[in-house]
Ligand binder design. Structure first.
Ligand code: ZN
Length: 383
């Protein structure tokens, strides 16, 4: 990466930066930073603002902010039960958003058609208020994707979409260039750039909803593995000879900790209440629900403790629907990680609920779409 691209990428990633911050973060000399920034200001890719004097001493420094090209990007989050599509300008301000219930698992072709329809409608809506092209579209999928990121990599998970060239199918239906990524990877990207992980270089993000998947970031780079299945921790075995899992094995983490399983246990204390799922944050205060959530958190934490021993992350961020279940669940995760960590290593890793909540995957899809748009040459700043 050239010096110019390094500086531009840093300011875009962090939202703003001062010249001294650039020198420190990128290990560049003052004259180099000054010269490159002068060029980027002349190209109108950066703007300069007076910073706030937070410390109350000395003169506030001047801050550089990114200026984005015209146009929009589209992101979509496909879950086992819902589809959310949003379009945003390149500063990631959402200008159009739609959400519907879908059934990917049993009605695959219909789900594909609905996804394409929703993308088309969202694009139409954003074109009413945003000038410039729709530059990129990223769709997050709740399953492992093969290396070329075009198809489901597992014959058992999301099997109804297995073998389909999903990017091509959606591309031909929408007229856009569509890229795919795993949903937990997108959640990790969003939390890394905009959320609770705050640009920490090594991060484990867990999407805990109907499935359990992890997105890994190592040295600031998302890791998808040799075969696209890195972070599929939902299918690590925690109970030998336990219940059968949808993946074809027995006793997987998902058979114990998914939101469906946890709600089934809590249901005993709310007989006749058919809609516990939408009230999860509220019922999490029930004393028995708290115990169940804490125990589920500790089970997830035992698997994550092993992952922490392997990767030594700075942060473990818990997202998905289970992150909405109050503090008990995340406290349980933290409890196991701290209890099982090696002596001297405890308390260093941040274990926290997602700052972006159930929107992390959607924001991640928009963030990756913007990265693709900027990489592919959407360089001219907005009028
Ligand atoms: Zn499984």
């Amino acid at each position: 990466m050239s010096t110019r691209d390094e500086i531009l990428t840093h300011v875009r990633r962090h939202g703003s930066a001062s010249r001294p911050e650039l020198q420190t973060a990128l290990g560049m000399s003052r004259p180099v930073v000054a010269a490159v920034v002068r060029g980027l200001l002349a190209e109108e890719l950066l703007t300069e603002h007076q910073g706030e004097n937070r410390g109350g001493r000395g003169r506030p420094g001047r801050r550089l902010r990114p200026r984005y090209p015209a146009g929009a990007v589209v992101g979509a989050d496909v879950s086992h039960r819902h589809l959310t599509v949003a379009a945003a300008t390149l500063d990631l301000t959402v200008r159009a958003e739609r959400r519907v219930a879908i059934d990917v698992d049993t009605r695959p072709t219909a789900a594909l058609d609905v996804t394409a329809d929703m993308i088309r409608q969202t694009v139409q809506e954003v074109r009413l208020t945003v000038d410039g092209p729709v530059n990129a579209c990223v769709v997050g999928i709740p399953g492992p994707l093969d290396m070329s990121k075009r198809a489901i990599a597992s014959p058992t998970i999301l099997s109804s979409w297995s073998g389909l060239d999903l990017a091509a199918e959606l591309g031909s239906r929408t007229g856009l260039t569509v890229s795919l990524d795993n949903d937990a990877n997108l959640g990790a990207l969003a939390e890394h750039r905009h959320g609770a992980a705050d640009n920490r270089g090594n991060l484990i993000y867990v999407k805990a909803s109907d499935g359990i998947g992890a997105g890994l970031i190592v040295h600031g780079i998302p890791v998808s593995g040799s075969f696209g299945a890195a972070g599929e921790i939902g299918h690590t075995q925690v109970i030998p000879d336990g219940d059968w899992c949808r993946c074809g094995n027995r006793g997987c983490l998902e058979t114990i900790v998914s939101v469906r399983q946890v709600l089934q246990q809590i249901q005993h204390f709310y007989p006749g209440d058919a809609d516990l799922r939408s009230r999860l944050p509220e019922i999490a205060h029930h004393p028995v629900a708290r115990k169940i959530l804490a125990e589920s958190g500790r089970t997830l934490g035992r698997v994550l403790a092993n992952l922490c021993a392997l990767l030594d992350p700075a942060a473990v961020i818990i997202g998905g629907e289970m992150s909405q279940a109050g503090e008990a669940f995340v406290d349980g995760v933290r409890d196991s990680i701290e209890r099982l960590a090696q002596p001297g290593f405890d308390n260093r890793v941040l274990v926290a609920a997602s700052a972006l909540g159930t929107r992390a995957e959607l924001i991640g899809s928009l963030t990756l779409a913007r990265d693709i748009a900027l990489r592919d040459g959407a360089r001219r700043p907005e009028g």
